[in-house]
Design a protein around this ligand. Sequence first.
Ligand code: NAD
Length: 327
Amino acid sequence: MTRALVLGGCGFVGGHLCERLLATGVEVISVDDLSTSAPNAENLLRDHVGYRFVRHDITEPLTAAAFPEPVDVVFHLASPASPVDYLRLPLHTLHTGAMGTVNALEVAERHGARLVLASTSEVYGDPLAHPQVETYWGNVNPIGPRSVYDEAKRYAEALTFAHRRELGTDVGVARIFNTYGPRMRSHDGRMVPTFIRQALAGEPITVTGTGRQTRSLCYVDDTVEGLLALARSGYPGPVNIGNPHEVTVQHVAELIRDLAGADSAVEFVAAVEDDPQRRCPDIAVAREHLGWEPRVPYRDGLARTIEWFRSSGAMPEFAVAQSKTAS
Ligand code: NAD
């Protein structure tokens, strides 16, 4: 791999991926419309040799004039991903999964590059099979509020495989499970940054529903390694990229409180519509075809993430940014 195009390169996972690619000597063209990125995310890597940022909405074509350089891999991570974002941007989310993925596949095909699609465990919906294997087709409400994200990703997967079948495009589909780590936005509505923000502010930690629903937590460095392993392989997927250690949401809330040294109460609030009750990947396919499995235990990853939130001073800045976007 000598040059990669990273769509959504200013997002949480995209930023870590670009950083890792640059560290291994791969040139990076990062494309992002900054619709859900953190403030100033476009400046994070600007001084790195071999890095170019292009502000562009991928629902518009990635033309040969604007993107002339050959690339080996197109990583398609562009999509609102947190509930706060996709509920705020429902049509943008659907359009990005649809037209955005068409444009991503076209630019990959034009360069003879491999397309790595960041799909999601949300394609399994509120799963009736457990743990989730790639052959499970999912249990998704096609018209509920979350459907804008779930169905956008399911359509993106369908499109990606149709491209492979009809045009022979080289593709790899990763179904990413909950990923967390430094540089998440404290108000993005996802579980880990929400609990950390509340714990560090000494506020009650709000758990939706009973707290007995489960999640699996994959540290961002592990997810990035999984995406790179998929890019280097010829495997089309879909392949689960996640941590197979299943934990209850209540346990995560209490652990974050304890790791943060806070004395926040854990409060239970109304359940979210169509919230999955159990979520845990079977990663046998990733182990076999990519030689990949996560390495960072969730306690260590959470401790690192809490430390980043504490030391970066990110919270007030991100809070301001969020209140601006919400207005
Ligand atoms: P993120 O919101 O931080 O990053 C997404 C980036 O895509 C943002 O920088 C945003 O500005 C950009 N973007 C959105 N629409 C765009 C468009 N039309 N054109 C150009 N750029 C656009 O989210 P993330 O957590 O980094 O997730 C990255 C990818 O991984 C997403 O596709 C997401 O669905 C997938 N994923 C993430 C997780 C997770 O836990 N973080 C889990 C499953 C799947």
